[in-house]
Design a protein around this ligand. Structure first.
Ligand SMILES: NC(=O)c1ccc[n+]([C@@H]2O[C@H](COP(=O)([O-])OP(=O)(O)OC[C@H]3O[C@@H](n4cnc5c(N)ncnc54)[C@H](OP(=O)(O)O)[C@@H]3O)[C@@H](O)[C@H]2O)c1
Length: 281
């Protein structure tokens, strides 16, 4: 859908929503922005429209629906009527239709349901988002899942197929989740896979103890360990784009620089075999 080159998606989950970061992103050629209705205390859409309305048309903009404000903070729902209203609200608040609307962590509403009930609930939610795309409220739709395992259990065969499946990516993701993602995307035949959260939201100390640069071909000492971890995330699982969070334009520049490195896919395969072997032993 968006071409073959690996792409950085600037994720706003932990972002301060500062205009200068968006300006820096455009300067670096990062033109994909990912937010969600609940980010920034449920004010992300409005904050973007207030601080950067003129910049938003320059981005491919994705957002997510599925979490709603509640007395306790946030509640999850796959009610198709609420989802449709949330998509309409997103476009209103942003001042433009988003390019992509994701169903946000649908697994959260599947816990405790039988596979048949889960299948039906997920199906109605997917149909609502597919309908929103068909009606021009967004260009395409997708599913963003923090834990893809429950989605596999409800069997997605026969449900509307998302244009984009966004899943956790990188060296911090366990083999069970990587396997579940492989099964899920084959079953669902999603158009494109995006990775997300390549650093697990932080955890910098891990990279002091573990050097992922041998995953690059040739190993590149001029790139940092975090750059190597980011680049490798595009192969765990294989993804055309990875959503990553930063509030630091310098860090974003490092991530863009890392895209130029090549990943040793044989080393990644060997790593996956080792993970599987360890799991079975
Ligand atoms: N279920 C979902 O749908 C879901 C869940 C989680 C995430 N996501 C998506 O994925 C995006 C990223 O997730 P995330 O922010 O939770 O995790 P992340 O991208 O794994 O980690 C962000 C952290 O990495 C640091 N970082 C980034 N680049 C760095 C660099 N070059 N050097 C050193 N540190 C660096 C950032 O710190 P600095 O600010 O200091 O750079 C920030 O603390 C989200 O914004 C969202 O778009 C979606």
């Amino acid at each position: 859908m968006y071409g073959a080159d690996p792409r950085v998606v600037l994720g706003l989950h932990r972002s301060r929503h500062r205009r200068d970061l968006l300006t820096a992103a455009l300067g670096l050629g990062v033109t994909a922005l990912d937010t969600a209705a609940p980010y920034f205390g449920f004010h992300s859409h409005l904050a973007l429209a207030e601080t950067a309305a003129d910049l938003l048309p320059k981005f491919t903009l994705s957002t997510k629906v599925g979490f709603f404000p509640s007395a306790g903070g946030a509640e999850h729902s796959l009610d198709p009527v609420r989802l449709r209203l949330a998509v309409e609200r997103a476009a209103r608040e942003l001042g433009r239709e988003p390019d992509i609307v994701f169903l946000h962590n649908p697994e959260r509403s599947l816990a405790g349901l039988s596979p048949a009930d889960g299948h039906a609930l997920l199906g109605h939610a997917c149909t609502a988002l597919a309908g929103a795309a068909r009606d021009g409220l967004c260009r395409v739709w997708g599913v963003a899942s923090w834990d893809s395992r429950p989605l596999g259990r409800v069997r997605v065969e026969g449900l509307p197929s998302p244009d984009v499946l966004m899943v956790r990516a990188g060296l911090l993701v366990g083999v069970d989740l990587l396997n579940a993602t492989t099964v899920l995307r084959t079953a669902w035949q999603a158009g494109e896979t995006w990775g997300m959260s390549p650093f697990g939201g932080g955890h910098r100390k891990v990279w002091e103890d573990f050097d992922p640069r041998p995953f690059l071909r040739p190993p590149q000492d001029d790139l940092s360990r975090m750059q190597a971890a980011f680049r490798t995330a595009f192969h765990l699982p294989s993804a055309s784009a990875v959503a990553v969070g930063t509030d630091d334009p310098g860090h974003l520049a490092q991530l863009v620089q890392a895209l130029g490195a090549e990943v040793d896919t044989a080393a990644v395969s060997q790593y996956l075999r080792a993970l599987h072997g360890h799991r079975q032993s």
